[in-house]
Ligand binder design. Structure first.
Ligand SMILES: Cc1cc2nc3c(=O)[nH]c(=O)nc-3n(C[C@H](O)[C@H](O)[C@H](O)COP(=O)(O)OP(=O)(O)OC[C@H]3O[C@@H](n4cnc5c(N)ncnc54)[C@H](O)[C@@H]3O)c2cc1C
Length: 502
């Protein structure tokens, strides 16, 4: 071990700069938290992975000021259709092409390495955030004062140690941080090998279509996804007697693709066999060590929600870390992280498993039961976002655990841009607050019906006169009357206000 007289100190060390680590680092950068990101690899992961993210993720990217940089790399998705072996539609998961209450579209297609490049590029805006590539973390020792993080710089073999108040393991499915936390995994039962193939079209093949297609064919279940640009994706089940290496050889790949496409149409960009797992870590935190992203949960990709769940983890966690590190809040705040996030991600994973049962035709009825039956039409699927699990919001109040909408304000700006990564109080009647000086002292941002009539409409729809919304846009508390508004205000700690990145 190198003789480090005074190891560098950071508030937070993030292990791994995949999409979750990079998003978390941007959020902490926005907060002003001194952060070091340590990444084993020199560049972004080279094999095909995520192709879809949702409106809530885009809202997080908006928060970190990178939505405009991401938009040129995405296309809108019309949705996903599930077809039986004869091509008949079983389930219709079309997505509306209008903006959702999040202020973005419900479904974006993208290429994960391009998104990661934007997220990593965004880190250079924060002088207090450092990224060190080719640094392999191998040991973590924590005590009541902090965590000693030891890593090897793979470019020269040098061993280094740094100290941090908190370490976040965004280090993927085989997480080292999870091992140091000592957490086991709850296995949700889905494990299947799938061959994932990305091709680049050499000529137009508009007939392949823009919808994602799930071929629920008992002989060989398969997925088609239209990617961005000329990229097209097929995910094809690997049969039990097939060898993972052999099935990914070009001749075999073209043979499997021959139903849809030939070498005259496209070239293979990448082909790799993945085992899709469904698992959730039992313990997301041990003292100063925490997990986020694939280190905490893994899902089959049928809903396109694996990375999205990790982005939500980051948005839930960063403001809590900031409140503790810079705002003096109790570290007990971190106990709400797993309690809120785990039930939410579990619901998505369970739905992905149900849809997996429809695709592999092993549990067709259960899969179809996830949607709404219609007369003379395929079952219609609409995926409602789960609520946060128990945490900061009292469960008996309206909107507990739900996301607040993003409002377009009278001046043409959007509420998230005005609020930044901070708490905001939405109130129907601004005059009601003038008699509450305690509120002024908190420095809390306040928006009311005069800023956007839709704020009043939303509050009235839920029979409330005010809603306190957290930096991750989830409702922290609501008030149905003046007495509850007083309680809500009394409960507001001095809240760290973070500027907008827009
Ligand atoms: C075929 C496929 C399709 C998918 N489709 C979708 C989709 O459409 N939508 C979606 O939301 N999700 C999808 N996913 C899931 C998504 O790709 C993952 O959830 C996401 O990449 C997880 O991000 P992460 O940052 O948590 O982990 P990773 O991306 O795995 O990043 C972890 C990082 O940590 C680094 N690391 C690990 N250990 C150490 C260490 N000891 N020291 C330093 N660095 C370390 C690794 O090098 C890596 O860069 C898909 C996945 C697959 C396989």
């Amino acid at each position: 071990m190198q003789d480090n007289a005074t190891p560098e100190n950071f508030d937070v060390v993030i292990v791994g700069r995949g999409p979750v680590g990079a998003t978390l680092a941007n959020l902490l950068g926005l907060c002003g938290v001194r952060t070091l990101v340590l990444e084993r690899e020199a560049r972004a992961y080279h094999l095909p992975r995520a192709v879809h993210f949702d409106d809530e993720c885009m809202r997080v990217f908006q928060t970190i000021g990178l939505a405009d940089a991401i938009l040129p790399h995405v296309i809108l998705s019309p949705g996903m259709l599930f077809l039986d072996a004869d091509g008949r539609m079983l389930l219709d998961w079309s997505r509306p092409q209008t903006l959702t209450p999040m202020g973005w579209h419900l479904s974006y297609r993208f290429h994960q390495p391009e998104l990661e490049d934007v997220l990593i590029g965004g880190l250079s805006r924060w002088p207090h955030v450092a990224l060190r590539n080719r640094c392999d973390v191998f040991a973590l020792d924590q005590d009541e004062r902090g965590v000693r993080v030891r890593y090897e710089d793979l470019s020269n073999g040098k061993l280094t140690e740094v100290h941090a108040a908190y370490v976040i393991g965004c280090d993927g499915a085989r997480s080292l941080v999870r091992r140091f936390i000592g957490s086991g995994m709850d296995d949700l039962g889905f494990h299947e090998r799938w061959l994932v193939i990305d091709v680049l079209l050499k000529r137009a093949r508009d007939d392949l279509g823009d919808y994602s297609l799930q071929h629920c064919d008992p002989a060989r279940p398969a997925t088609y996804v239209r990617g961005t640009g000329t990229r097209r994706r097929w995910e094809i089940t690997v049969l039990p007697d097939e060898d993972s290496q052999e099935v990914a050889q070009p001749a075999k790949v073209w043979n499997l693709l021959s139903r849809w496409i030939t070498p005259d149409d496209a070239e293979i960009e990448r082909a790799a066999v993945y085992t899709f797992h469904s698992a959730i870590a039992q313990q997301w935190r041990n003292g100063r060590l925490l997990l986020a992203g694939d280190s905490a949960h893994q899902t089959p990709p049928f809903l396109g929600q694996g990375m999205c769940a990790g982005i939500r983890d980051a948005a839930n966690l960063a403001w809590k870390l900031d409140a503790i590190i810079r705002g003096g809040a109790s570290s007990e705040l971190l106990d709400t992280y797993q309690s809120e996030r785990l039930p939410h991600v579990r619901e998505f994973i369970e739905l992905a498993i149900r849809l997996g049962g429809l695709i592999n035709t092993k549990a067709i009825e259960a899969g179809l039961a996830a949607g709404e039956p219609r007369e003379n039409a395929p079952v219609k699927l609409e995926v409602k976002k789960p609520l946060l699990g128990p945490g900061l919001a009292p469960c008996d109040l309206p909107l507990a655990g739900d996301l607040a909408p993003q409002f377009e304000l009278r001046d043409g700006s959007r509420s998230d841009d005005q609020v930044g990564y901070s708490h905001v109080l939405f109130v129907a009647n601004a005059a009601a607050l003038s008699l509450r000086p305690a509120l002024v002292q908190t420095g809390l941002k306040i928006l009311n019906s005069d800023d956007a009539p839709a704020i009043g409409d939303w509050l009235r729809k839920h029979d409330i006169i005010a809603a306190l919304v957290r930096p991750d846009r989830y409702v922290r508390g609501t008030a149905r009357n003046e007495a509850e508004l007083d309680q809500l205000i009394a409960a507001i700690q001095p809240l760290a206000c973070v500027p907008s990145a827009a």
